[in-house]
Structure formats: structure tokens, C-alpha cells
Design a protein around this ligand. Structure first.
Ligand code: HEM
Length: 78
């Protein structure tokens, strides 16, 4: 941890819905002055994979099944 503080819940952020905006923030460091670190070491493909994961988690939240995990269909014994 560099300076303490908190990070927003990205499932309720509009940024991950926009691939360019997401890359600007995460890869290019657009919000560094606001305390969001720059992750320039990730490739564009990795950034896009992260974005899609966050979008999938946002969909679970919107569905009202926020306690279910992605991939839980593969678990047995509910
Ligand atoms: C130590 C790790 C991290 C810290 C401390 C951190 C901190 C922050 C902070 C303080 C903000 C708010 C900036 C503002 O007020 O405008 C922010 C926004 C954001 N962060 Fe991070 N972050 C971290 C990791 C990450 C990672 C790993 C991702 C992506 C995978 C990410 C994606 C974003 C996005 C997309 C926003 C914009 C959200 C919005 O404005 O709605 N962050 N982060």
C-alpha cells in the first residue's frame, strides 16, 4: 500500500463499460492525481481481459445474485 485510502467498487462504475476509458485509467494512469495507480505493465489484451471480468461481476451484481460466484455452475452440492 502506498498512501492508504480506499478504491471504488468497480462493479458500480461506468468506466469498465467503455474500453477506451478503462485503458486510459488503468494502463495510462489518467487518474493518478486522484490516487489511482497506473498499471502500465499490462498489455492491452490483459487490460481488456480485466475489463471483461469486471463487467461479468457487475452483471452478477445487477442480477440480484451478488452472493453467487462466476463459475459456481461447476460446483456441486448446493
Ligand atoms: C492498490 C490498488 C489500487 C488502488 C489504491 C486504487 C485506487 C483508486 C482510487 C482512489 C480511485 C478513485 C480516483 C478518483 O477519485 O477519481 C480509483 C479509480 C479507479 N480504479 Fe483503481 N485502484 C487500485 C487498483 C485498480 C485496479 C487493479 C483496477 C483495474 C483492474 C482499477 C481500476 C479503476 C477504475 C476503472 C477507476 C475509475 C472508477 C470510476 O471513476 O468510476 N484500480 N482507483
Amino acid at each position: 500500500m502506498i498512501a492508504g485510502g480506499t478504491a471504488p467498487d468497480l462493479r458500480t462504475s461506468p468506466i469498465p463499460a467503455d474500453a477506451q476509458a478503462f485503458a486510459q485509467v488503468v494502463k495510462n494512469g489518467a487518474l493518478v492525481p486522484a490516487g489511482m495507480p497506473q498499471f502500465g505493465e499490462f498489455s492491452s489484451d490483459q487490460i481488456e481481459a480485466l475489463r471483461q471480468y469486471i463487467q461479468a461481476r457487475a452483471e452478477v451484481l445487477r442480477s440480484g445474485r451478488a452472493d453467487s460466484e462466476i463459475g459456481s455452475a461447476h460446483k456441486t452440492g448446493e
